[in-house]
Design a binder for this molecule. Structure first.
Ligand code: SF4
Length: 328
């Protein structure tokens, strides 16, 4: 019995999580390029918890070979086709110096599936990073504020990440990039919802001309209690101000009925549910209902697996409003 458990733990994905239902990307299969809380920022609102290694050093934190081998096993196991493969995870993915190889490998394994990269934009002043991201189909950079004091308070960057350089780096990337650029601005109440930031972001969006701007606020528990959501009118004002490109976040897509989504995924057995759930909630707090929809299992099965993980001390609950979120 003990041996069986150990064997299954060895097979469990370590760097792949989800798929999760993403409002912007659909059913998104996540790749964690860091394997630990390594980031160039330590944002107050981070869903993955406080940054443990605040750095700008680029290294193969998780080598491309390991991630791509895991991705190939995931594909061979007969999982349905995701809507996107997304590089992100427990920190800033462009810190992984194998980023370009991972993008190329994901495209080869899943032809026709867009490869997306979530980035905090901090490394874009580096031409090597811009070149690596140039091969992605969708890049989703974040830029929460252009006011230095707000940036220091909300994003809590590594000392080497200068706001002016970051601002310029994203413009330089945009100038040479042929894919879709979707800017994200996250607003925290009383921190970056100022008039000064709104004006600065409006000018910047005109210059950057992203394909889309998503203005969002906190919807899940963040790393620090200091950050809370803005009210709806504030969100609406920023969305309106950030120009015609500032679309509201797209609603989560309806589950697909062929090829991927719950119908196909439900055919999978439940015996790998615990490790999959754990891998997913370690990266992002989620509700049992959200996990059930994303992973294609019944709510009862997901709830039972979460209860077991909680008894083992592997996950914990946090109540936010009327929802219960689980995190690893
Ligand atoms: S939200 Fe993103 S950029 Fe900020 S600390 Fe978390 S992983 Fe890093």
């Amino acid at each position: 019995m003990r041996r069986d458990k150990e064997d299954r733990a060895t097979d469990a994905p370590r760097f792949i999580f989800g798929p999760v239902v993403s409002g912007r990307l659909g059913l998104s299969l996540g790749l964690d390029l860091l394997g630990a809380r390594i980031c160039s920022f330590d944002c107050l609102y981070c869903e993955a918890g406080p940054t443990e290694a605040l750095t700008v050093a680029r290294k193969p934190y998780v080598p491309a070979g390991k991630i791509l081998a895991e991705l190939a096993r995931w594909k061979a196991a007969g999982h349905g086709r995701p809507d996107a493969v997304t590089l992100g995870g427990l920190g800033e993915p462009t810190l992984n110096s194998d980023c370009a190889e991972i993008i190329a490998g994901a495209k080869e394994l899943f032809p026709g599936v867009p490869v997306a990269v979530l980035t905090n934009s901090s490394l874009l002043p580096d031409p090597d990073v811009r070149a690596a991201l140039g091969a992605a189909d969708i890049v989703l950079p974040s830029m929460d504020t252009l006011v230095a004091a707000e940036y220091a308070r909300l994003n809590r960057p590594h000392a080497a990440v200068d706001l002016g350089g970051l601002r310029r780096g994203l413009l330089d990337f945009r100038a040479g990039y042929g894919g879709a650029l979707c800017l994200e601005v996250l607003l925290a109440d009383g921190i970056n919802d100022s008039e000064e930031n709104l004006e600065a972001l409006r000018d910047y969006c005109r210059e950057l001309s992203p394909d889309r701007v998503d203005v969002v606020t906190l919807s899940r528990p963040g790393a620090h209690p200091g950050a809370t959501a803005v009210l709806k009118p504030v969100l609406a004002r920023f969305r309106q101000a950030l120009g015609p490109a500032a679309a509201s976040p797209a609603p989560a897509p309806e589950p697909a009925t062929e090829g991927h989504g719950p119908t196909a995924l439900a055919a999978r057995r439940n015996d790998d549910l615990g490790p999959s759930l754990l891998a997913s909630v370690k990266r992002r707090p989620q509700t049992a209902r959200g996990l059930a929809a994303a992973l294609g299992h019944s709510l009862d099965a997901v709830q039972a697996a979460l209860d077991a993980l909680e008894r083992d001390g592997a996950v914990r609950q946090r109540v936010e409003g009327r929802e219960i979120f689980y995190s690893g």
